[in-house]
Design a protein around this ligand. Structure first.
Ligand SMILES: NC(=O)c1ccc[n+]([C@@H]2O[C@H](COP(=O)([O-])OP(=O)(O)OC[C@H]3O[C@@H](n4cnc5c(N)ncnc54)[C@H](O)[C@@H]3O)[C@@H](O)[C@H]2O)c1
Length: 285
């Protein structure tokens, strides 16, 4: 097989990449969108861009966050399109993928980053979590990842275009964490969804992988240092890190984005069906 060459600085030149969960400041999706843009891709930024109707306390991006991201990508000299959609809603996903494909061209790189869990959104003892919240966690993290992959992969197959998809699981998809049961179940499902998609789509030249981040300093877990407070302040956080994380620090969104972008690049051409730990050693299974 001939190995495609790129200029090193712009590994994604000429490609269109769709990033879900792209808009929240400090998020993994935003870092991914910006890194792909710096690498030369045209970026389709998809985000819910509003609070959850059923869990308004759960932090999400605003429409302004999405517009700001588009401005930042434009300032980098990149092409950009934005789409507002809930990844769990099939009609919204179809419309969004159709719209960005018309604006930027066929999407062949997909980063399924939208997801999470939190207060009012599946967090808590499994014996107490309301069924509607549990289902919503599965809907956003698993069904959403599948719907976006399905919409994009169908178009790649129809066009005879190879592509690459990277899903975002979690270390919580590989081992159990108390009070994160709904999230653990959802992120474990993302890993098997990744493997099943890789098996089915490989013959069409589409690779599908996942990353499993550890404890990442984003607003999902650490808005206004809430994670630090939960650990008992700076000393408690330091003790937690020393006990749990071999590399001795929380991770940054950029570190996760780097791994996502590697899995979306031709450099990972030999990899599919993988769920890569990016956890600073916190999880090794
Ligand atoms: N932060 C961590 O420690 C950590 C660890 C492991 C895995 N993850 C996973 O990484 C991904 C990104 O997490 P983050 O920390 O950047 O979170 P974040 O809350 O900072 O960002 C999530 C983004 O997704 C968007 N979003 C949420 N629900 C959506 C929906 N239904 N449809 C479309 N967009 C939606 C939000 O508006 C936001 O822009 C998530 O899948 C999360 O589960 C995070």
């Amino acid at each position: 097989m001939s190995i495609p060459q790129h200029d090193g600085e712009h590994p994604f030149a000429g490609k269109v990449a769709l990033v879900t969960g792209a808009a929240r400041p400090r998020s993994i999706g935003r870092a991914t969108a910006l890194r792909l843009a710096r690498g030369g891709a045209a970026i389709a930024c998809l985000d819910i861009g509003r609070p959850y109707r059923d869990a308004p306390a759960h932090g999400t991006a605003t429409g302004d966050d999405l517009a700001d991201l588009a401005k930042e990508i434009t300032a980098l000299g990149g092409s950009v399109a934005t789409a507002v959609a809930d990844v769990a809603d099939e009609d919204e996903v179809e419309r969004a993928v159709e719209q960005v494909s018309e604006e930027l061209g066929p999407v062949t790189l997909v980063a399924n980053v939208a997801g999470g869990s939190g207060p009012g959104f599946g967090l808590g003892p499994l014996v107490n979590v309301p069924a509607a919240e549990f289902r919503r966690v599965l809907d956003v993290n698993v069904v959403g990842t599948w719907l976006v992959s399905k919409a994009c992969a169908n178009r790649m197959i129809a066009a005879g275009e190879p592509g690459r998809i990277c899903n975002v699981s979690s270390q919580a998809g590989k081992r159990a964490f108390p009070f994160l049961g709904a999230y653990c179940a959802a992120k474990a499902a993302v890993i098997l969804l990744t493997q099943a998609l890789a098996t089915e789509l490989g013959p069409s030249g589409i690779a599908v992988n996942a990353v499993s981040p550890g404890t990442v300093d984003t607003d999902l877990i650490n808005k206004d240092s809430v994670f630090e407070s939960l650990m008992g302040g700076p000393d408690g956080l330091a003790a937690y890190i020393q006990r749990e994380i071999p590399l001795g620090r929380l991770q940054s969104a950029e570190e996760i984005a780097t791994a996502i972008c590697w899995l979306l690049s031709d450099d990972a051409r030999g990899v599919t069906g993988e769920a890569l730990n990016v956890s600073a050693g916190q999880t090794m299974v």
